[in-house]
Design a protein around this ligand. Structure first.
Ligand code: ADP
Ligand code: X2W
Length: 299
C-alpha cells in the first residue's frame, strides 16, 4: 500500500503512539547488530537503513555493528576455501582472514553505509582497526563433545575476542550527527588483524558506550526452545541449561552470551529480534509489539 492510500487518521495515531518512546530514548545510544543472515533481500536492507535514519532524526544515537558470515562464506566458496566453525566461530587461517577483511571491511560495510546515506543519513564505515578502536587478542575456544570427559582448548587461528574498546571516535562521529557503521575486525599491539564475531563486538561496544539498548537482528524469531517457541525473560541459569542440552547451538551461542554479558555490564536491555520482519528495528523501539527475545539483568 502506498503512503498516499493510508487513512491519514491512522497515520497520525501511529505517530502519536510513538511519542512516549521517542521521549524515552531521545539522547540515548542504541547499538544495533545487523547479522549477515538478516541481510537477505534488498527491500529488507533498505527498510533497515531507513529505520536507522529515522532513529537518528528523532534524537536517538544509533551505532550499527554488522556481521556478514554468509557473505564471507559465499566468497570463500568461490575461492574453493572451506568454511569451518567451532562453537559458532569461524576457523580463520591467514587466507581466510584476508577474505574476512575484504568482505566485512569492504563490501558489506560500504553497502550498509551507502544505503543509510541514500536514505538521507550520514553514515561512516569503520573497522575496529580504524583508530585502533577495537583492541583484540586471540580467542582460545573451549570445545567439548558428549564423548569427551574434559573440554579441550583449540586454536582456531586469527579469531579474536575484544580486549578493550576506545569509544572516542564513535562518540565524536555521533556528536557530529554521523551514524557509525562498524565492521567486527580488531587489531592487537603488533598490528595483527583478528576476525571477531559481530555479536561479541556489538555487546562489548554497547557496554563501553553505556548504551540504553542492544538489538541483535538475526534470521529467527528469537531464542527458541526445542518446540520452536520464542523464549523471553531468561535467567543465566536457564540459558546454561539450554546450552547444556543442545537447544542453543551454533551462531546463537555467542549471541545469547553477549546479550547476557551486556545487560550485566550495564546495558538496560538486550533484544534478539527477527531481522527478516520489515521495519524490525522500529517495531521494537517504538511499539509494544514485543518482537523476539528480551534479556534484562533482572531475568
Ligand atoms: N535455540 C535457538 N533458537 C534460535 N536459533 C538458534 C538456536 N540455537 C541455534 N540457533 C541458530 O542460530 C542462528 C542465528 O545465529 P547466526 O547464524 O550466527 O546469525 P546471525 O548472522 O544473525 O548472527 C539461527 O539461524 C539458528 O540456526
Ligand atoms: C569469528 C567469527 O565467526 N567471525 C564472523 C564474523 C562475521 C559475523 O559475525 O557475521 P554474522 O553476524 O552474520 O554471523 C565470521 O567470520 O563469520
Amino acid at each position: 500500500m502506498s503512503s498516499t492510500s493510508r487513512d491519514p487518521q491512522v497515520v497520525v495515531e501511529v505517530l502519536s503512539e510513538a511519542l512516549p518512546y521517542i521521549q524515552q530514548f531521545s539522547g540515548k545510544t542504541v547499538v544495533v547488530k545487523y547479522g549477515g543472515n538478516a541481510m537477505t533481500e534488498d527491500t529488507l536492507i533498505d527498510s533497515f537503513a531507513r529505520n536507522i535514519v529515522l532513529m537518528k532524526e528523532v534524537g536517538i544515537n544509533p551505532v550499527v555493528v554488522h556481521g556478514g558470515g554468509p557473505q564471507i562464506g559465499s566468497l570463500l566458496e568461490k575461492l574453493n576455501i572451506e568454511s569451518r566453525f567451532v562453537n559458532g566461530m569461524r576457523v580463520t587461517d591467514s587466507q581466510t582472514m584476508d577474505v574476512v577483511e575484504m568482505v566485512l571491511g569492504g563490501l558489506v560495510n560500504k553497502s550498509i553505509v551507502n544505503l543509510i546515506n541514500q536514505s538521507g543519513g550520514k553514515a561512516i564505515g569503520l573497522t575496529g582497526k580504524d583508530g585502533a578502536q577495537i583492541r583484540a587478542r586471540q580467542l582460545k575456544v573451549e570445545h567439548q563433545s558428549p564423548e569427551m570427559t574434559a573440554p579441550e582448548i583449540i586454536d582456531i587461528g586469527h579469531v579474536g575476542e575484544v580486549e578493550s574498546i576506545s569509544t572516542d571516535l564513535i562518540e565524536m562521529l555521533a556528536a557530529r550527527d554521523f551514524i557509525p557503521v562498524i565492521a567486527p575486525i580488531g587489531v592487537d599491539g603488533e598490528g595483527n588483524s583478528y576476525n571477531i564475531n559481530a555479536d561479541l563486538v556489538a555487546g562489548k561496544l554497547a557496554e563501553a558506550l553505556n548504551a540504553e539498548k542492544l538489538m541483535l537482528l538475526t534470521n529467527v524469531a528469537g531464542l527458541m526452545n526445542s518446540e520452536g517457541e520464542v523464549l523471553t525473560g531468561l535467567s543465566t541459569t536457564q540459558v546454561d541449561s539450554l546450552i547444556a542440552d543442545g537447544t542453543i547451538y551454533g551462531g546463537m551461542l555467542p549471541k545469547i552470551r553477549c546479550a547476557l554479558d551486556a545487560v550485566k555490564g550495564g546495558v538496560n536491555s538486550a533484544h534478539i529480534i527477527d531481522g527478516r520482519v520489515p521495519h524490525a528495528v522500529l517495531l521494537e523501539i517504538f511499539t509494544n509489539a514485543g518482537v523476539g527475545t528480551l534479556i534484562t539483568d533482572a531475568g
